[in-house]
Design a protein around this ligand. Structure first.
Ligand code: BGC
Length: 854
């Protein structure tokens, strides 16, 4: 037996932990079948605990600033085998007061509705004695890039990251021991970013501060034991006319390489302070970095004569170019997700210009934007001879370990799975966004509410979501409402309890708990869930009396958002069905969470509430026998999947759902709230055949229609690209609106929530307990697939399900990690309880899907 992974707060050891006590987790590997942890001793410095919990031990000792803590784990298995491993972690400031002062250019006025000019701050300092250790801590209002002696410090993009800056700001730490000379210069460029720059489609700016500000401390420890601190203050210089002429999220970046420091106007920096006195915390979210390089797969010349590069994949990132240029030559790069008639299609970007403009010096040079990000597949270039340009692109997203993989015998489904993952990567740039390209890129809560489970199958979301949920809780309204966008950052919607979007405060921690088993996350956000459900309960009683009590109508719901049929008004009109059903399921999940946390009274109360909502749905919204009074697919999907139906009603609802699908020509009709559960509603209620038919449908609207139409990510609208080749830029109110660009993105992950079904039903693997301590493997072959497999890197190690059909033989292989138990069910109904190890089974393949309710 060996310890195959040892992590602190979900990352490998050796690093800096956040300001809270770290959670220690370890995975075991063994060749002995049935191995499991019997007990472990975890030692951190002189703190020690004896435990049988592999994934949830929280360090309970003291934490002192700037200290290294050795971690030692000795695990004993049920077979008597022993394994050990060691690592360490370091603490940062832990709230130690800053000597540095926030600095800015108080004379600079950010223009109305626009982003500010990037500010450059600089200071020189000497380090004449030999250095033992030097480290930097920095943060900003805005997003910053730091250079020490002309070279970038670290490889992170968009520091300090996007948080609810009124509540908390992250700071970054960099070891620079090997980077110092006798004379040194620190230069920080701070763009407006999320704090000051233009943001939201209303193009608000100065959301958290009137102008950028920067805070930095450089700690020097000399060999002779003495120390020195270089800290931002009024002795630093500032300029607003550096080579970064402009930088912002939507419009892009303008960089003039001919601008040298001696041409800039420098003045003394002014001391300032952020509004609201936010906590400044060691970075607790994963960093955004360049995760891979894409090279063009094709080059064309548009009818307008613009040179166009196709990177073969829609994604979020930046170009990275090598240019042979002349002093003063200006090269322009425009970005788009799709081509229409051979031209970049940019109307869907609405007000976002998504353009990088680079002014050259003489000779060969390299340029890649550092203070912006775009969502694109195509780049249009002008101002340069193609022979003088070498273009690549960098894919940017937060560090997200890939924990899941899914593959099957159908190539289109594999491409769908790829599009789902790219949709995740593109929208996990520091916060979960709706889209990476147009004038939004906001933390719309509903989008993540429906995608959370799929995300957690594919990636280790723990740090990323943990960071964002802090903001969800911090920004919860006093009445319990959850902002529709987190961080709210200028978004104009009032904070109120709204279904599906607000339910993210329950659905996201729950998905994360099932995937990673972190009970602390549930504990931390339980008060938020309680407040939200209290608000939902209150609204579900307002003007809903008698039988109608718990029909949650008010104050507002997005309803069946982005359903293929109807306009925004019709989506919203479906609100009460969706809200009442989501309320029921959130109460059911909250009851399970309350039980896990030992809140048994709450659990009982949530179960009662759930039953009331279920009854109201049946009594008021259906005829009591499984037919919804105003029919639409989501109105059947939700009660079926949320277990709100009984007996004959279930069969009737499933049949009704299939009837609606048939009436739509074999097409789905769900918006954000229904899409994740549509196939489950069918497959788990006797209609596996219909589920596979929808999954494999290739005409519009369907998932594979997107893929067949060339989609490499998931679209916001099912018909974003219509069968006639036009883009659906219709305005939200129904009519064609020539100016607005409508609401159409080719990179929204919500509909990619079908990824959940690929793992849970096609490959058949899903957690039964938090972190897969108990899990199920029960593949549901169908749709003509002859094989499928999924692997999941659970906190206990790798779990896997892999099946294959050869003639009339179905063969299944299951991988069970040490310390976990798997219940495997074969398509013929036989069940096996499995302990750790690899297991193989076979039965008769029955390709005809079973009918009848399972
Ligand atoms: C966003 C969505 C979001 C929605 C709210 C849109 O503009 O892009 O994905 O959830 O608004 O209705």
């Amino acid at each position: 037996m060996r310890i195959s992974a040892l992590t602190l707060d979900g990352v490998g050891g050796g690093g800096l932990v956040t300001d809270e006590a770290p959670r220690i987790a370890f995975a075991l590997a063994s060749d002995v079948p049935g191995e499991a942890l019997a007990s472990a001793t975890i030692r951190v410095g002189d703190w020690e605990i004896e435990t049988d919990d592999q994934i949830g031990t929280v360090y309970g000792g003291e934490l002192t600033p700037y200290t290294e803590y050795p971690v030692h784990v000795v695990a004993t298995g049920v077979t008597g085998a022993v394994a050990e491993a060691a690592t360490s972690f370091r603490t940062g400031r832990l709230g130690a007061p800053w000597t540095a002062r926030w600095i800015t250019d108080a004379g600079y006025t950010t223009p109305k509705k626009a982003s500010p000019a990037p500010m450059t701050f600089r200071a020189s300092f000497a380090a004449r004695r030999p250095i033992r250790r030097a480290w930097l801590e920095a943060t900003a209002l805005g997003v910053y890039e730091l250079e020490l002696n002309g070279r970038k410090v670290g490889d992170q993009y968009f520091a300090p990251g996007f948080t609810s800056y009124r509540h908390h700001i992250q700071y970054q730490t960099h070891d620079v021991t090997d980077r110092l000379s006798d004379v040194n210069e620190l230069v920080a460029t701070v763009a407006g970013g999320w704090a000051v720059g233009s943001f939201t489609f209303a193009r608000k700016n100065r959301i958290y501060a009137d102008r950028q500000a920067f805070l930095c401390e450089l700690h020097l420890e000399y060999d002779d034991g003495s120390t020195e601190l270089i800290a931002t203050g009024p002795d630093w210089e500032v300029s607003t006319d550096g080579p970064f002429r402009a930088a912002e999220w939507y419009d892009g970046e303008n960089y003039d390489a001919t601008v040298t420091p001696d041409r800039q106007h420098w003045r003394r920096a002014d001391v300032t302070r952020p509004v609201g006195d936010p906590a400044i915390l060691a970075q607790y979210g994963p960093a955004v970095r360049a995760q891979r390089v894409l090279r063009p797969v094709a080059r064309s010349v548009a009818p307008s004569s613009e040179l166009i590069f196709d990177l073969g994949q829609n994604f979020a990132g930046v170009i990275d170019v090598t240019i042979r240029g002349r002093h003063g030559q200006t090269v322009t790069f425009r970005h788009a997700e799709v081509l229409v008639d051979g031209e970049l299609f940019v109307r869907s970007l609405r007000t976002a210009k998504a353009t990088a403009v680079y002014t050259c010096v003489d000779g060969e040079q390299r340029y890649s934007p550092r203070l912006t990000c775009m969502g694109f597949r195509y780049v249009g270039v002008s101002g340069i001879d193609p022979d003088d340009l070498d273009l690549r692109a960098l894919v940017l997203h937060s560090d997200l370990p890939e924990t899941g993989a899914f593959r099957c015998s159908n190539d289109l489904l594999n491409r769908l799975q790829s599009a789902i993952r790219w949709g995740g990567w593109s929208n996990f740039v520091d916060i979960p966004t709706d889209c990476p390209q147009r004038d939004e890129r906001e933390g719309w809560t509903g989008d993540y509410a429906v995608f959370a489970s799929t995300a957690s199958f594919n990636f280790d979301m723990s740090r990323f979501v943990g960071k964002w949920l802090r903001d969800v809780s911090a920004e919860q309204g006093r009445g319990g409402g959850i902002p529709m966008v987190v961080p709210r950052a200028g978004n104009g919607f009032p904070v109120m309890a709204t279904s599906c979007w607000g339910d993210v405060c329950i659905l996201a921690p729950w998905a994360e708990y099932l995937a990673r088993g972190d009970l602390n996350l549930l504990r931390r956000h339980y008060p938020t869930m309680r407040r939200f459900l209290k608000a939902a309960r209150w609204w579900s009683e307002l003007l809903s009396v008698g039988r109608r009590r718990r029909i949650w109508r008010l104050p507002f719901h997005f309803g069946d958002w982005a359903a293929p049929d109807g306009s925004v008004r019709q989506w919203i009109a479906r609100g009460r069905w969706i809200a009442t059903a989501y309320f029921a399921t959130s109460c059911a999940i909250a009851a399970r969470i309350a039980e896990l946390l030992g809140e048994t009274e709450d659990a009982a109360a949530y179960r009662r509430l759930r039953d009331e909502a279920v009854r109201a749905y049946r009594d008021v919204l259906t005829d009591g026998h499984g037919t919804v009074k105003r029919e639409f697919q989501t109105a059947y999907v939700l009660p079926l999947h949320f277990g709100m139906t009984e007996g004959d009603e279930t069969r009737a609802m499933a049949d009704n759902l299939v009837r609606l699908i048939d009436a739509a020509g074999g097409h789905l009709g769900t918006g954000f709230p229904g899409t994740p559960y549509l196939l489950f509603a069918l497959s788990d209620n006797g209609r596996l055949d219909a589920a596979y038919e929808l999954l494999l449908q290739t005409s519009c609207p369907s998932w594979l229609y997107m893929i067949r139409s060339g989609g490499t990510t998931i679209w916001e609208r099912w018909d974003a690209l219509r069968p006639d080749g036009t883009v659906n830029t219709d305005s939200l109110t129904g009519g064609a609106d020539a100016d607005s660009g409508g609401m159409v993105s080719f990179n929204h992950y919500a509909a990619g929530a079908v990824g959940d079904w690929l793992y849970r039903r096609v490959a058949g693997i899903e957690p039964l307990d938090g972190g897969y301590r108990r899990f199920r493997v029960a593949p549901r072959p169908g749709g003509g697939l002859t094989s499928a497999e999924a692997t999941i890197d659970t906190p206990y190690g790798r779990a896997g399900s892999s099946w294959r059909i050869d003639g009339d033989r179905f063969a299944l292989r299951v991988e069970v990690p040490v310390s976990t138990v798997c219940v495997a069910t074969l398509p013929d109904g036989t069940e096996h309880r499995l302990e750790s190890g690899t297991h193989e089974f076979a039965c008769r393949a029955d390709l005809a899907p079973r009918r009848g309710i399972d």
